[in-house]
Design a protein around this ligand. Sequence first.
Ligand code: CO
Length: 286
Amino acid sequence: MSTFTTDTSRHLTRVVRGQPTSDGAGVKLNRVIGTQVVPDIDPFLMLDEFRSDQAGDYIAGFPEHPHRGFETVTYMLAGRMRHQDNHGHSGLMEAGSVQWMTAGRGIVHSEMPEQEDGLMAGFQLWLNLPARDKMTEPRYQEFPATAMPVVQPQDGVSVKLIAGELAGKAGPISGVATQPVYWDITLTAGTTYTVPVPETHQAFIYVFEGELQAGPESSRHAVQCSQMAVLGQGDHLELVAGSEGARLLLIAGLPLREPVARYGPFVMNTQEEIHQAFRDYQAGRF
Ligand code: CO
């Protein structure tokens, strides 16, 4: 049963698997957005999944590196990561926690595992900033697992809200120009759930446990574990969990529709702004 009309049900426009890569000082990652296959999904510039119980895959971490012009969102599922920046800010990211870092005009930081063995798992999303906010003061929003509401909009559905509103509750992240939705959704086996997604937003899902079918009944597609699906337009998405249930991220944001000039950890609007970012970084102005 659905109170929505079928023409506003979001289709899946692409279903893709991430690409194995390494970054930082040699951390093994599954890059889902930010590849040649999917360079970006405006306003999302990158999505990396890290998941390994082999210390050699993550132990080298991400030593000191800069960011300018966008936001990094780290969501830890398992393990512990210590971050530290050049403005004296530091903290420990633990299982279930989120760090939403608005790099703005620039920070230099490190992100290093605070464990020598065991499982390390989670996601890092890069979210673009509009031109007017690219040189804003850096800002952190950091929350432990307990600070994020978990709602049960119906039987068999549990949704952890990191950003965005659902079922009368809201995730703790605020004041972000792209008005993001960031939900961690768990479906029990065989559950059908119609999830609202703001019509104005670009959106995708990433399945990281089990599998599911998604899209309108007339054109439903399988999305397997470790696959991302880009969503077409509409105001809701139909999900049907497989026989082992499913767990997925649903992420959405207002597209910026601005030119993107990107080089490594700098994401600006023009090449000249990228050159300026290099000059500022080299001169220690971050
Ligand atoms: Co970083």
